[in-house]
Design a protein around this ligand. Structure first.
Ligand code: MOS
Length: 741
């Protein structure tokens, strides 16, 4: 087995270009701006799950020191974008379906019902505590599992699927059938959601917003307030994590924009940690059932994957829970169904890996169960049913190095050296177990536009209206431009986080490097061509050369055939009396990508320790192997890979947002009771990249990495726990009570 890490050494990669700013506190996050005459808004939330507000006591709050205004449905100004009928539509109305302060209806516990605005944060917090609502309550349901039978296929049903015969597993010589439950998870990035809204007059607004998409937030505000693009500016220079919660514009942000307009002063609004559980989405509680059948020598004959997920009562949220089951394995008979059940909670949203992470938990657990039933190595079962081409769409994969992932990871963790017998391995008082699972996610690419400016000082500035929720967008783009342009990283500045910049994609779906990177790559190519043209004056060594005839490095262009013939970029510009070159490039997927199924793949291996007396599960080692195409930025990629595992540890072992169904309210909406992994939970994580370019995804040959870093991980843990103990836990998170129960 070759060393795939050979040219993906994280230590050799570029450090975060904004790292120093972040660790020294110099980076300004959305809540850290202090415009003149700033006011502070605090959201008051409903305390019932369903019903109507019949009275709202705001007098005390209005009379409290420093209070400027209390806004609710009783006095909120008309919002032009809400004007689509008396009742909030059942259909999503674009990006802003819950119309904050629209009427007296309550759809979930924790719904924003009022905004208290004061001259200081403390005064706003105090006054908000004085607002009291009286309600008429209506019956409600926040429990998916007790109401599974009421679930229905979503209106846009892309998940009902049949290949061959349905439920074929039932007739197989060897089969498993099991149900898997995934707890509700909340994103809870370190940075709380926050926004500052500043109006200039009646029709122009600037916001500093925590968002994964400055352009999409701009569009939401334009739509909601019926404003022109040039009159809405969204700035998001630094984002302290998102994991999907900042993919859309939530009601509290619209509330802030309304509030700033009412008081005619800038307004800052930051959610509290408990509000992060109810106002910015969550990974929905999901029930799944998998049936898998095989011949006695382990050839799959049927897969059936059924899933039911939560949505809110006012909006349809769907995700790709059953997608992976359609194409992951070569299997003649596959049927899937996906239903949703409206519950009286806020709308869920994509959370890292989204539905694919949920689905892989079930599928990859069931594959493991089948392997043990067949008395076969779980890795061998996967290899025996390896899909060389996409069986769902009947297309070749643009690239697929999953086999290499299995091999590299097995090597690293020492898979072959384990004792495969269940419960056979020990380390002192602890049981030891090994688990494996695989994951996949679509390799997407969107349109992106960048402007690139190359100065006669040899400084390259590239800008695009994207944001960076953590993966290191500016770093990876700087690294890409540096390599493509032959310029030192220090000579490159990548600017982002402002909707006034050329249009870029929302950071989501593991597509940023592919989308934005393509535009950066092409812009550098166009600049190089311009430089060559400028240097190709008659008599020059470069005259008449095609682009392939020159190379760029150290800020110089040289002849490929004679590297002594060279000229610096700055000299080219100066000789042409050009202070700078500037160009704008829009890049989008071309025809070359058609006719292929494009996916990234990952494999997770874990070694766990399970304590038989306390039921504690510790992740002892984790090896994450990714086929994410060509790695563009080694250190940032490494961080993505290990970060995904950290998220996966939470999903597998600790994270569960628990609702008390009597009140429809969270009982653990804080970081003391909702456990995200901390350092002590996280072992040394080894990240391996296959690092082979995909010929079709984009010019760099990269594929997405952010989602596959997490997808599958939880199943590897469950499978390892089974290997250690013989106990199969089918309900996440795998907490000690379940081990001992
Ligand atoms: Mo990601 S769940 O697309 O932010």
């Amino acid at each position: 087995m070759g060393n795939f890490m050979a040219d993906v050494d994280p230590k050799a990669g570029l450090d975060r270009v904004d790292g120093k700013l972040k660790v020294t506190g110099a980076a300004k996050f959305s809540a850290e701006y202090t415009p003149d005459k700033l006011t502070y808004g605090i959201v008051v939330a409903s305390t019932i799950a369903k019903g109507k507000i019949v009275a709202l006591e705001t007098k005390k709050a209005e009379g409290a020191p420093g209070v400027i205004k209390v806004i609710s449905h009783l006095n909120a100004p008309e919002v032009p974008g809400y004007n689509t009928g008396k009742e909030p539509a059942k259909e999503p109305t674009g990006d802003q379906p819950l119309r904050v302060f629209y009427d007296n209806k309550i759809y979930f516990n924790g719904q924003p019902i009022a905004l208290v605005i004061a001259d200081t944060l403390e005064r706003a917090v105090y006054a908000a505590s004085l607002v009291k609502a009286r309600y008429t309550k209506e019956p409600f349901n926040t429990n998916l599992e007790k109401n599974l039978a009421k679930a229905a296929a979503p209106k846009q049903d892309r998940a009902t699927y049949l290949r061959g015969e349905a439920f074929a597993y039932k007739n197989a010589p060897v089969s498993v059938e099991a149900q898997y439950v995934l707890a509700r998870e909340v994103h809870n990035p370190m940075e709380l959601h926050s926004i500052i809204a500043i109006w200039e007059g009646e029709d122009k607004v600037t916001v500093y917003e925590k968002t994964q998409g400055v352009k999409s937030t701009q569009q939401s505000i334009m739509d909601t307030f019926k404003l022109e693009e040039k009159n809405v500016q969204v700035i998001s220079k630094f984002v302290g994590g998102g994991f999907g919660s900042a993919l859309r514009t939530w009601p509290h942000s619209i509330a802030a924009v309304i509030g700033a307009k009412v008081v005619k002063r800038p307004l800052k609004l930051m959610l509290s940690r408990d509000q992060m559980f109810t106002m910015v989405g969550y990974r929905p509680y999901t029930w799944q059932k998998i049936g898998i059948g095989a011949t006695s020598d382990g050839k799959l004959t049927g897969i059936t994957h059924e899933a039911v997920g939560e949505t809110s009562s006012y909006e349809e949220f769907t995700e790709g829970v059953v997608n992976m089951s359609k194409f992951m394995y070569a299997c003649p008979n596959v049927n899937t169904s996906y239903k949703i059940l409206p519950v009286d909670l806020s709308t869920p949203t994509w959370m890292r890996g989204p539905g694919e992470a949920t689905g892989s938990w079930a599928l990859e657990s069931a594959i493991d169960e089948l392997a043990y039933k067949l008395n076969m190595d779980p890795l061998e079962l996967r290899l025996r049913n390896y899909a060389e081409t996409d069986p769902e769409r009947n297309l070749p994969f643009s690239s697929k190095y999953l086999k290499e992932c299995y091999e590299a990871g097995a090597d690293k963790i020492g898979w072959k050296k384990r004792n495969p017998a269940v419960g056979s391995m020990n380390d002192g008082a602890w049981k030891v177990g090994y688990g494996v699972s695989s994951g996949t996610f679509g390799a997407y690419r969107d349109k992106a536009t960048v402007t690139a400016k190359l100065s006669d000082q040899g400084i390259l500035t590239i800008e695009c209206a994207v944001s960076d929720s953590g993966p290191g967008t500016a770093t990876s783009m700087t690294e890409l431009a540096s390599k493509t342009m032959g310029l030192a990283p220090g000579k490159i500045e990548f600017q982002l986080g402002d909707s006034k910049m050329p249009e870029g994609p929302t950071q989501g779906g593991s597509a940023t490097t592919s989308s934005l990177g393509s535009a950066v790559y092409e812009a550098c190519g166009a600049l190089k061509l311009k430089l060559l043209t400028l240097a190709s004056k008659e008599g020059s060594a470069f005259a008449g050369l095609p682009p392939e005839g020159v190379s760029f490095s150290n800020g110089e262009m040289s002849l490929l055939s004679d590297s002594n013939k060279k000229i610096s970029i700055t000299d080219i510009l100066k000789q042409n009396n050009l202070p700078q070159l500037e160009l704008t490039i829009t890049s989008e997927p071309g025809k070359s990508s058609q006719g292929f199924s494009m996916y990234s793949f990952s494999v997770h291996f874990v070694e766990v320790r399970v304590h038989p007396l306390t039921g504690v599960v510790r992740i002892h080692r984790a090896v994450a192997v990714s086929d994410a195409g060509k790695i563009v930025s080694p250190k940032a990629a490494h961080s993505q890979a290990i970060g995904g595992v950290v998220g996966g540890i939470g999903m597998a072992l600790t994270e569960e947002a628990i609702i008390d169904d009597r009140y429809g309210r969270y009982v653990n909406n804080n970081f003391a009771d909702y456990h995200v992994p901390v350092n002590a939970d996280v072992p040394n994580i080894e990240a391996i990249f296959i690092n082979k370019p995909d010929p079709y995804t984009n010019p760099m040959g990269s594929k997405g990495l952010g989602e596959i870093a997490l997808i599958g991980f939880a199943a590897a843990v469950g499978n390892a726990v089974y290997h250690a103990t013989g106990k199969r836990i089918r309900e996440l998170p795998i907490t000690p009570d379940k081990i001992l129960g």
